[in-house]
Design a protein around this ligand. Structure first.
Ligand SMILES: Nc1ncnc2c1ncn2[C@@H]1O[C@H](COP(=O)(O)OP(=O)(O)OP(=O)(O)O)[C@@H](O)[C@H]1O
Ligand SMILES: [Mg+2]
Length: 251
């Protein structure tokens, strides 16, 4: 597996507070990487550095380097809109726009270009198919997205994210607000998507990380304690703190 994201000696401060302490990590392309660890250990913070969502939080300061496909994410000439097109994100709470199903998926492609109707129809269908939602919504594309169930809304948000053809998809606890069946659907979907996209997901559900990810990264207090092949990390962790965490002794 080749590396697509390369993080080197990254520090992130929220004002005086050092939330990421010298983090280095390589993330492989077209694979699923899971971030696990107790609440407040920095999983979301690190995830947000990958598409500069932290830029929106005042008083954050960064040292070190994050590279995606060889380009510096915090380089001076980076256009953040283009970066976020390349690195899409799905959040914990499904957040469709108060627009039709069709317009939600068409939003990004319209923003980044002026596709014709046929091209857009094709892109919307293809994205909804990839998000395993097409069959459920194909007859009501003009209906409001807000009328969908939570699980359908989350798959719509995935369709919206992939409609701009990103390289990387970030998911921050994207199934934690969903019922078990919707969760399973999204897990299956994510496993299919990894043939096309690099996926980095934060999860509190260790079973989920063990079930679907290829690599797992364990965080504690703003540091990476262990990053390894998922099977290895869950069966024979190298660090006793990882062992304690995965066996439920803390967190
Ligand atoms: N906007 C912010 N301003 C100040 N401190 C923050 C901010 N966001 C996060 N922090 C702090 O940075 C640390 C890491 O937070 P982060 O949200 O990355 O943790 P997390 O691992 O995602 O936790 P959780 O599992 O609860 O989502 C925490 O101590 C948190 O309080
Ligand atoms: Mg978080």
């Amino acid at each position: 597996m080749s590396t697509i994201i390369r993080i080197n000696n990254l520090k992130l401060y929220y004002d005086q507070f050092l939330a990421l302490k010298d983090v280095s990590l390589d993330i492989p392309e077209k694979a699923i990487t899971a971030f696990i660890g107790p609440s407040g250990c920095g999983k979301s913070t690190l995830l947000r550095t990958l598409n500069r969502m932290n830029d929106m939080i005042p008083a954050t300061r960064i040292e070190g380097s994050v590279q995606i496909a060889g380009s510096e994410v915090y380089g001076e000439d980076v256009q953040v809109e283009i970066l976020r097109k390349q690195v899409g994100m799905v959040f914990q709470q499904p957040n469709p726009f108060p627009k039709s199903i069709y317009d939600n998926v068409a939003y990004g492609p319209r923003l980044h270009g002026s596709p014709g109707k046929a091209e857009l129809d094709e892109l919307v269908e293809q994205s909804l198919r990839q998000a395993a939602l097409w069959d459920e919504v194909k007859d009501f594309l003009k209906r409001s997205a807000l009328g969908l169930s939570g699980g359908q809304q989350q798959r719509l948000c995935i369709a919206r994210a992939i409609a701009v053809q990103p390289q990387i998809l970030l998911m921050d606890e994207a199934t934690s607000a969903l019922d078990p069946i919707s969760t399973l659907k999204i897990e299956e979907l994510v496993q299919e998507l990894k043939s096309k996209y690099t996926i980095v997901m934060v999860t509190h559900n260790m079973h989920q990380a063990a079930r679907i990810s290829d690599r797992t990264v364990f965080f504690l207090n703003g540091e990476i304690i262990e990053a390894d092949d998922t099977r290895k990390l869950f069966s024979t962790p190298s660090d006793s703190r990882t062992e304690d965490y995965i066996s439920g002794r803390f967190g």
